[in-house]
Every structure is written in C-alpha cells, then in structure tokens.
Design a protein around this ligand. Structure first.
Ligand SMILES: [Zn+2]
Ligand SMILES: [Zn+2]
Ligand SMILES: [Zn+2]
Length: 275
C-alpha cells in the first residue's frame, strides 16, 4: 500500500495567511518542507482522504488524474477537510464532461453539503456527486478496501471520524483531528488487526499536554506505545506525525529532531510512504 500526503497542515496552513509568529516567518524564509497546505492524502493513487480547499492545488501540484479517484472518504465537516463549494465542480453545467465522485461522509458533513448547495442554488448534482452516509464503527467496502470508521475525540465537530483501511492484509490507520482516542475506538481498533502504518494528528507539535481535540508529538508517542503494548502495532509499523499547526511551535527540522527520538516520521506535502 502507498500513502501519499498532498497537504499536511491544520486549518491555517503554514505559513498562516495572516500571521507573524516565529513558525510562520521561518516557513516563509525557508520554503520547501516548511510550507504546508491543508490536509489531504491519497491511498494507492485511488482512495482520496478528505477534500480541503487546497484540493485543486494538490491535483495540479501532484498530477492527480481525477479519473483514478475511486472514492473520497471525509472525516468531518471542518473546512480544512471539507469544502463543499468545490466538491460539486463535476456538475454538468460546470463540466459537461465532468467525472462522478463518490463521497463517504458522516451525517453532519452531508447536511452541510446539502444545506450550502441549496443556499447557492446548486443542489442538483446531475448524478456527478454521490454521497454515502458513514456511521462510526460500521465497516464498509469500497474499491476493494475494507474501511472501518472510528469515533474521534474532536468535540468542535459533529460526528468526527477517522479511518482504519485494509487491503490484502495491509493496514493503515489515518487518524487526524482527534485527541487521544476514545475507549470505544480503542476496543474497535483491537479487533481490526495489526497496522503496517499509523498516521497521527500532531496539531500541537512540540507543545505538551495536547490530549483532547488534537494531539502533540508527546501524545502521539503515548498512542504508539499503547498500540504496540496491545498488539495493534509492532517494531515494523511506520509511525507518522501529520496535520501541523503553526501554534505547535515547530519548524520541519525541529519536529524531525524530536520525532527521531520517538521513532516517528514527520509528514510533509508530497511525502510518500510504502508499506
Ligand atoms: Zn483539521
Ligand atoms: Zn503563525
Ligand atoms: Zn477539525
């Protein structure tokens, strides 16, 4: 399985548009891996994870052919993961030769999509937008992938989810916009099988004490330790920290320095891992 990160930032991006903090100033000066767009990733070039406002930019930058996108899994309705205005771009009036997109999304996100499109007079998707409602802990299959939606600890969103994904015995956990997992999620994870790769929310970066709503590197390590202790991961599992905020206080190099001591990789826009 291949996981490619298109965007690796929280809501503000890095550098944030309207910010003069040390991290944003350093990112403007350094460029490269310190520049982060809003979070999105793709599994095997076909299973898209989230739809942020930077999707158009990601498709251009990383040569994404939308014909290859079998489905898009949405985690929750926050705008750095869910941007309805662009999700309907394949409508026949905008794109006579548009491509159908299948979205798998929680109820609150579906409500937001329908409400905003009704408000803007775009509620008729002309068959190009197909929505599938997803419930926490209710497994489903799409394009040969077994998907388990898990409840997140992300109180400012309604029904926030993250996803465990399996194909041919290879397993990925993509867990963003969540604090330390709720116990019900730990129970479900235990039955899914050993993970080959685990990508964790690191909004708090180098800060300490991020446990609710989001995590920091310190809490990422705690999650990894528990996964290993309870048999959900082992020494061969690839652990990645992702979804960074300027408020986390770390440049790419500073994050890498601490992550190395924890056995974690630090995601950057364009990074690809194979496992
Ligand atoms: Zn986010
Ligand atoms: Zn900043
Ligand atoms: Zn969020």
């Amino acid at each position: 399985m291949k996981l490619r990160y298109f965007g690796t930032a929280a809501y503000e991006g890095i550098p944030a548009l309207m910010c003069n903090c040390r991290v944003c100033r350093a990112a403007r000066a350094a460029g490269g891996r310190d520049l982060r767009s809003r979070s999105q990733a793709i599994v095997d070039g076909t299973l898209l994870l989230d739809f942020p406002p930077d999707t158009q930019w990601h498709a251009m930058r990383f040569s994404l052919d939308w014909n290859a996108v079998a489905a898009c899994l949405i985690t929750h309705e926050h705008s750095d993961h869910f941007y309805p205005e662009d999700m309907v771009m394949g409508r026949p009036d905008f794109c006579p030769e548009g491509i159908r997109t299948d979205y798998y999304l929680p109820a609150a996100a579906l409500r937001r999509l329908e409400r905003e499109m009704a408000d803007t007079g775009l509620a008729d998707f002309g068959g190009r937008v197909v929505c599938h409602l997803v419930q926490p802990f209710s497994e489903f299959e799409v394009a040969g992938y077994r998907i388990l939606p898990l409840a997140a600890d992300h109180p400012s969103a309604q029904g926030p989810l993250f996803y465990a994904i399996e194909r041919a015995g290879v397993r990925l956990l993509y867990a963003h916009d969540t604090g330390y997992f709720p116990e019900q999620t730990w129970e479900a994870l235990r039955t899914f099988g050993r993970f080959d790769a685990v990508s964790l929310d690191c909004t708090g970066g180098l800060q300490t004490g991020y446990r609710g709503n989001h995590m920091c590197l310190e809490t990422n390590r705690e999650v990894a330790d528990r996964m290993i202790a309870e048999g959900m991961a082992d020494g061969n599992t690839v652990f990645v920290a992702n979804h960074f905020s300027h408020n986390g206080g770390g440049t790419y190099a500073q994050l890498c320095e601490l992550a190395k001591t924890y056995g974690f990789m630090i995601a950057y826009d364009g990074m690809e891992i194979e496992f």
